[in-house]
Design a protein around this ligand. Sequence first.
Ligand code: ATP
Length: 689
Amino acid sequence: MSETARQIAIEQQVVDTVYARLEVMRAQTRQLSEEGHRRAGGGPVAGLVERDAMVLGAAARLSDLDGQEEGIVFGRLDFDDDETYRIGRLGVRDADREPLVVDWRAPAAAPFYRATPGEPLGVARRRVITCTGRTVVGLDDEVLTDTPVDGVVGEGALLASLTRERGAHMRDIVSTIQREQDEAVRAPAAGVTLITGGPGTGKTQVALHRAAYLLYRDRGRFADGRVLVVGPSTVFTTYIGRVLPGLGEDSVHLRAIGDLFDGVVATRRDCAEVARTKGDLRMVRVLTDLAWDTPPNVPDRLWGLDADDLARARREVRRRCEAAGITPNAARAQAATVLAELLDGREVPAAFLTAWWPSLTPQDVLPAQRGEWSVDDVPLLDELAEILGRPQRVAEVRPEWQRRELRSGARLAETFVLSLSLGDGWQLFAPGVATPIAQSGQSLDSGHWGAQRWAAAIILREGHQVVGWVDGFDPYGEEGHVPVLAEPLPVAQAEEPVEDTYQHVIIDEAQDLSPMECRMIARRAAYASMTIVGDLGQATHPLAAGSWPELVHRLGKRTARTLDLPTGYRVPEVIADFAARALPPGIAPTRSFRPGGRLAIRRVDDLAEAVARETGTVIAPDHLAAALHAIPVSQVKGLEYDRVVLVEPADIVAAEPRGMNRLYVALTRAVGELVILHRKPLPEQLTRA
Ligand SMILES: Nc1ncnc2c1ncn2[C@@H]1O[C@H](COP(=O)(O)OP(=O)(O)OP(=O)(O)O)[C@@H](O)[C@H]1O
């Protein structure tokens, strides 16, 4: 038996023990979950709470275990003092609670990523264990001590991992995270962490592993959708979408910029000129004017008031509301007041007010052009949501009595009638109109009649019945003869305001954010710590920040701790050296870890014909992409392919103000081979030696 086979057999034994233990845990978990469901049948409130807690915990545990089928154990550390332990995607203990595998995120696992020959941290040997499913298929040892270590085997885990076949989705790098990457993954959660580095330095990987790390370190704070990861496009989020579930985490919100505003999924980008306009901070003013403008199709006269009078009234409403900090969607009462003043106190019918001052959604104010919003529209919709204000929340418009009922969970007819100002109830039915009791004066008889009408209204609206009459308070709080209502509808669930802010926000490809996009993210990160990941050399947005401090500031934060990733793991040396010619002055090229690589540059007469002869992924200027069945160059950010065929660089550069940066992005997508096909002369920068 070879030494490698012997060592593999040793590790296989450990892996088998871990899986056997997981099976036991899985069976226990399933039993727990079933027990939870059975108890739920009982129904009492206390039981429900218990059920929820149990089912939730059990289900989470199950999905944890299911997600970890592949390669749970991937590392081993042997220390100078003969201590040994295995590192895995999750921590597993045996029946006596002794650790079988240490979670890669635990402090004890840090030496696996941090130890170097110069600074071994007590580690004698670091071993990477490669599994396919439950079978150990390879080992790679690195000895970090001068004293001899037995049974050393190796095949270069990092290189092996880099040369593995590429799938349609990004795979995690948990077994080969490099030291500088690990420092970025484990940087403190608080404040702003800025992770910079050239193409292929592992920024995206670090960002995702960091999300998993934060969840592990402070689950109470970050679980349940409290971490947001923002990427540049839905193609990109789909590409990286499996990394976190593979690491056992599925509670992170992963969103593309075009996907951040609820109810809209935008994938198309506007051309640079339009993007420049839409991304500019001056849009805030434009959108504010739009939000207060007269909406289309609203009535344009009311009794003696014509369209001009109404337009003037609208301006007056805006003036008063802006002075008082009231948003358009909360301004109907002010609108009523202004109109009533113009009408010498005459009360404006509710129906008119609702039509003239409707509640607006951002989509009402900024309808889709040709049936579709662009990614650059999304921050505008989000801004409009802020400017318009939410249509008043149910909780806010509910009268106090109703809120009290919702809080207590009980709807008491007597309470309903006696303890509240009946005006509240009437307001629900006919806002802005005087109540029947008020209209009928103070005589008890007509008051009684009015109360009956009022009760009928409430019956219609709320499903109550009148079961008697008592002396209570009329709509104006005066004493009167009022109905006691019964048979209420069940009390609805109290609607808690949904907080859509996060505890931690991770932004990938952050160099590309326009000022308006920054505002959209900052709105979700007002109280959040942040991880900002990017490369200024790949900035293509016409309004991209010129420096990192500027971007941090745009995101509403002040300072950042910066970590730079200096080594590129994607692009091989030959291609990286060539691509560096497209880098703007002042940006240092990335040192490539991958040796070799193949580069071919061909001048051709017919692009379509030349493309048809090639194999690999074709990347073309956007205007040629469809004809050549190619991926538009604007869509490849963050992605990578084994063999890239890049078409007509001159057109890519000419298409937009930051065309050279766009070309740099395209040149740095290839993992093995890059073929450049061009009909027009190459951009001058590429021809420089
Ligand atoms: N430590 C590592 N071990 C194995 N593979 C790695 C490691 N670091 C990075 N890689 C691989 O290198 C490639 C580039 O990584 P990634 O996409 O995270 O880089 P990036 O810096 O985000 O690139 P870009 O700036 O182009 O978006 C990926 O295939 C990734 O899996």
